[in-house]
Design a protein around this ligand. Structure first.
Ligand code: F6R
Length: 602
């Protein structure tokens, strides 16, 4: 989704902005732009398409201060006119914005009669409003910005420049992420630490409804009424080498391959020297105090919630309900008396989930965020956080975060169950079982060539496909089908195998690919019955089975793992299926159309 980067007081401003925008590319975007000043002249450069196209237009663009933006279109098509930065009526004020301004049409009508707009964006209206207050009404830049912030409703991260003053960037945020980066003799602003990690690992948080005046040698945080706020800086634990692609052709393949390592990192993070599982006692107590766990998430993270439900229920003796964040944000169902909300989010920034968390906080409901990003919004605003320790996930299609989410929740389930004296939890040797999972994934990864050949034959040209499974395999089927559709654009659905005959089987015709997942000894027999039914109607079937239920005829056979953890190892071949199908259809694996990595608008 949209990204912001800004720098003040560095003679390499253009390079820093372009490199920062490149680091934001993974979030998904369709156009980009920069504004640079502090050199011989001011420059506004924009391009539709990739950062490389923007970069090609920046020869001779020099200055000390600037702002840059990657845009993921919400209001108006991806054109240069709609790309940020946007300028005020006279061109003096220049603004980049992430988020959505809800009352932009009202603002236009009420304040901006007679103004001329180049594009259709809500952002252009915001910068015209600031410009009007400063230039037509005679307010100082700061007063004009504050006045506009009191009027604007919605979600935003703003970085504003007065083109007559290269010494300052003004920023403000509400519900959209934005950080300050502290450099040596210069400072930065950014919507994602990733874009600044090359320059600095010293960051400063900005809270909602705060305005920050960023100069080369100072950073001043204020509320919208001008009261100063103290803010300490912190050191980010990101490692520059984590965010490179190395020798891999795509981040997605690198991230799929990293999964055994991530499992081992999680073991290190959640065990003590004696190998005992260790989870923050306050988190264990929060689960013990709850009469029901509600898991809130979106997309792949939602699927990870399903895959963890049985394990959480059986080990913690607490019922688990799942909610789609975008549905719950505006309509909470009847809750139990002592609910605990668990937010699962790779990025920790998903606006839909945050909407639910804000409500939960208002209602006094305790919350835990399970996330890959320390210091992310959902982490800061929930009562507790468990980290995924998966390292940055760059490919839009989530892989290692999904498996890490299930593994992290396994540590939670085990720790609570053990504290409660739950017999199943005591018997569940999680560290050992997770090591077997890591080995099972490694052996699947060593079969890439076989998987690629089968996928090519089955999926290279098809329009649609189905994943089927029962029990935990059904939950994996949901995730497997999302992975396949989001990057290969094959229309794919994941079904509970037994449901096929209640309608969906009508879609099976000669050559329709059906991928069946089999891990549970009892359920596998029933799924095999369903495989017969679709095969009899012409489906081309590919089976992925754990050894304990496998037959000689199965296509991909996985090492057997503990049933609670089977979604982790079972999903890996399906990630490879999506990867190879996309590769052979000639598409960009890491940057599927229309999608963004971190979905910061509702
Ligand atoms: C799909 C994918 C998305 C995310 C969803 C939630 O591969 O990555 O479905 O899972 O947008 O994002 P997070 O987990 O960051 O809250």
């Amino acid at each position: 989704m949209c990204g912001i980067v800004g720098v003040v007081g560095n003679t390499n401003a253009t390079d820093i902005l372009i490199q920062g925008l490149e680091k934001l590319e993974y979030r998904g975007y369709d156009s980009a732009g920069i504004f640079v000043l502090g050199g011989a002249e001011n420059h506004l450069v924009k391009a539709v398409g990739r950062i490389a196209e923007l970069s090609a237009k920046t020869a001779g663009v020099e200055g000390t201060t600037g702002i840059g933006h990657t845009r993921w279109a919400t209001h108006g098509k991806p054109t240069e006119d709609n790309a940020h930065p946007h300028r005020s009526e006279t061109g003096r004020f220049v603004l980049v914005h992430n988020g959505v301004i809800e009352n932009y049409l009202e603002i236009k009508e009420e304040y901006l009669a007679g103004h001329h707009f180049k594009g259709q964006t809500d952002t252009e209206i915001a910068v015209h409003l600031i410009g009007k207050f400063a230039e037509e009404d005679g307010l100082s830049v700061l007063e004009a910005f504050k006045k506009a912030l009191h009027i604007i409703r919605g979600s935003y991260a703003f970085a504003l420049i007065d083109s007559e003053n290269p010494d300052v960037i003004y920023v403000a945020k509400n519900k959209s992420p934005l950080l300050i980066g502290l450099g040596d003799g210069y400072n930065m602003v950014c919507s994602d630490a990733m874009a600044m990690i090359r320059e600095t690992n010293q960051y400063m948080e900005i809270h909602d409804q705060e305005l920050v005046i960023v100069k080369a040698d100072s950073v001043e945080v204020q509320d919208y009424d001008g009261n100063s706020r103290e803010r300490a800086s912190y050191t980010a634990e990101l490692d520059l080498s984590d965010i490179g692609k190395g020798t891999y052709p795509y981040y997605m393949l690198k991230e799929i391959d990293e999964q055994p390592t991530v499992m081992r990192k999680l073991i290190q993070a959640y065990t003590d020297e004696a190998g005992q599982v260790v989870v923050d006692p306050a988190i264990i107590k929060a689960v013990q105090d709850a009469d029901r766990i509600y898991i809130l998430a979106a997309g792949t993270s939602y699927h990870a919630g399903f895959a963890s439900k049985k394990m959480l229920e059986e080990l913690t003796d607490t019922p688990v309900e799942l909610g789609i964040s975008s549905e719950w944000g505006y309509g909470m169902p009847l809750l139990s008396k002592k609910p605990l909300f668990i937010f699962i989010s790779q990025s920790g920034e998903t606006a839909d989930s945050r909407q639910v968390l804000v409500k939960a906080n208002e209602m006094g409901i305790p919350s835990l965020t399970v996330t890959n990003v320390p210091g992310s919004t959902l982490s800061r605003e929930a009562n507790h956080t468990m980290l995924l320790h998966a390292g940055p996930e760059i490919a839009v299609a989530s892989t290692k975060a999904y498996t890490a989410q299930i593994a992290a929740l396994a540590f939670l389930a085990k720790a609570v169950g053990q504290a409660n004296g739950n017999a199943k939890a005591q018997a569940f040797d999680l560290v050992h079982e997770l090591s077997i999972v890591a080995q099972s994934i490694e052996s699947t990864l060593s079969e890439k060539e076989t998987i690629e050949a089968k996928v090519r034959e089955l999926l290279e040209t098809t329009r649609n496909a189905f994943y089927i499974g029962r029990g935990q395999d059904y939950y994996v089927a949901m995730e497997a089908s999302l992975k396949l559709k989001e990057i290969s654009y094959i229309q794919c659905e994941g079904f509970a195998a037994g449901e096929l005959k209640h309608g969906t089987i009508a879609l099976i015709e000669e050559g329709t690919p059906v991928l069946a997942l089999l891990s549970d000894p009892v359920l596998a027999n029933h799924t095999r019955g369903n495989i017969q039914e679709v095969a009899a109607r012409g489906a081309k079937v590919l089976t992925i089975a754990e050894e304990n239920v496998a037959k000689d005829t199965d296509d991909i056979v996985l090492t057997t793992v503990h049933p609670y953890l089977s979604p982790i190892s079972m999903v890996v071949p399906t990630q490879l299926v999506a990867y190879f199908a996309t590769l052979h259809r000639g598409l960009d694996v890491d940057k599927p159309r229309n999608l963004a990595k971190s979905v910061t608008v509702e």
